[in-house]
Design a protein around this ligand. Structure first.
Ligand code: BG6
Length: 467
């Protein structure tokens, strides 16, 4: 179905997310003809003119677009971008949107993208109401949605006073990654793995997302957010739901949300004793960071889903900034063979259990590791692996970046890959013990895998990374 003409109103237009992902993504959607009829109205606290914002956008694309945006095609996108400072007030915003609509030939739909921290979301909703930009509009809200249960409920109530639930798209971009969607395809389009996808055959699961990236220009956001709220209660738990949920009755929004929400409701409350909070050495000296900051830049934890499928199966999660490698893996460790008939020293069991690994990189990868015989005399075993990577297929060029797919879905009014208020509220509820009683942060050297306590956390298992 073709996408109807849209004005995209980008709040936080000069922020880090806009620069890295949203502006390059919108340029790609427009130039690749996936969404040819869009106009972008940027707005933020910055006192830019449209010309200055175009320059900002151009630089962002040059620096961060994975695709070739040539000079000529840049002009094609640049012409469709305008800017109005948030300080100019709701009327100025309304006027800019009206003009953009005129350039699209009259009445267009609107997509308001709130690339702003949770504390600013309320004000933006008010501005949209005052500017009379609620009709024909969708509103995309960035994570984290609230900062705890009470604030999530109150933000939700407030948004509902202006927008209908059908207009709201709570975004979690990990759910738009090709590789995350591939989990659904892998699990539910094949008969091979689903019968063993449970506590009887799976020993434990790891969702491990170390980043080499540091704070960049985001100290203000990060200081009040930290790794748990920035990554775990959002991306890692959402991905966990894809891994753990029951087969939905259909591949449509309600059915999928229902199953995901059941996972969240079955999740055991996060026990602060099973959490390692870390802060990289030197964090407190970064610009914009308090000298006695208690914000965690790293977190590892053990959690459990207390239902028939998963009771007793540990889920280990880890993520952090300035770590040794940038990886995004989900690793399913299968139980070992009940008895070994292979001679001692043959190698069986020495290299850990068999694993199925999903790599959430833009080029999705799936690999399965297992024991096999080493060629030659005797019976020596090695860990072998089978791999699939989209990078090696003809369809590599068709890969959509997560934000591109989700913006496209919102313009199509498709809620399938967005999160629900109920799900988010359950997650805040499960997080309450940790939020109330966080363990002290432990230091870890930049470029490492986190504080030493991470090994105890997973014992008798071991972290799968580094490979
Ligand atoms: C964002 C977080 O939501 O996700 C960032 O705010 C993090 O801190 C980013 O770096 C990771 O996303 P991706 O797609 O690059 O893995």
């Amino acid at each position: 179905k073709p996408i109807p003409p849209h004005v995209i109103v980008l709040f936080g237009a000069t922020g880090d997310l806009a620069r890295r992902k949203l502006i390059p993504g919108l340029a790609h959607l427009l130039l690749s003809d996936l969404a040819p009829d869009i106009q972008v109205v940027g707005t933020s606290l910055e006192d830019y003119t449209t010309e200055q914002f175009r320059e900002f956008a151009h630089k962002a694309i040059e620096e961060f677009s994975h695709r070739d945006v040539e000079k000529a095609t840049w002009a094609e996108f640049g012409d469709k971008v305008s800017y109005v400072p948030t300080g100019a007030g709701p009327d100025a915003l309304a006027k800019a949107v009206g003009e953009a609509e005129q350039r699209l030939g009259g009445r267009a739909e609107r997509l308001h993208y709130l690339s702003v921290p949770p504390a600013a979301a309320r004000q933006v909703i008010k501005t949209l109401k005052d500017a009379d930009l609620v009709e024909r509009a969708g509103v995309v809200m960035e994570k984290p949605f609230g900062t705890d249960l009470a604030s999530a409920i109150s933000l939700n109530n407030e948004v509902h006073q202006t927008f209908d639930e059908s207009q709201i798209y709570r975004i979690d971009h990990f759910l738009g990654k090709e590789a995350a969607l591939n989990i659904l395809a892998f699990r539910f389009a094949n008969g091979l793995f689903e019968p063993i996808w449970n506590r009887n055959f799976i020993d434990h699961i790891q969702i491990d997302i170390p980043e080499t990236l540091g704070l960049d220009r985001r100290a203000n956001f990060y200081e009040v957010t930290g790794a748990y709220k920035d990554m775990v209660v959002t991306h890692l738990f959402q991905v966990l739901a894809f891994v753990a949920m029951e087969p939905p009755t259909a591949l449509e929004p309600r059915a999928i949300s229902e199953e995901k929400n059941k996972v969240f409701r079955s999740m055991l409350p996060i026990d602060p004793n099973e959490v390692v909070r870390g802060q990289y050495t030197g964090y407190r000296n970064e610009d914009g960071v308090a000298r006695d900051s208690d914000t965690e830049t790293f977190i590892a934890l053990k959690c459990g889903i207390d239902n028939w499928r998963w009771a007793g199966t540990p889920f280990y999660l880890r993520t952090g900034k300035r770590m040794a490698e940038g990886q995004r893996i989900i690793s399913i460790a299968f139980k070992e063979a009940p008895k070994s008939m292979f001679p001692l020293g043959s190698g069986v069991g020495q290299h850990g259990p068999d694993h199925l690994t999903f790599d959430l990189a833009d080029e999705s990868k799936v690999s399965l590791s297992f024991y096999g015989k080493r060629p030659g005399p005797g019976m020596k075993l090695d860990k072998l692996s089978m791999q699939f990577s989209t990078q090696e297929t003809d369809s590599a060029a068709a890969v959509l970046e997560a934000y591109e797919r989700l913006i496209l879905d919102a313009m199509r009014h498709d809620h399938t890959l967005f999160t629900t208020a109920e799900g988010i509220e359950s997650l805040w509820e499960r997080s309450a013990p940790l939020l109330l009683n966080p363990p002290p942060v432990r230091n870890y050297p930049p470029g490492s895998w986190g504080p030493n306590a991470i090994h105890q956390l997973v014992a008798p298992h071991a972290w799968r990374l580094p490979f």
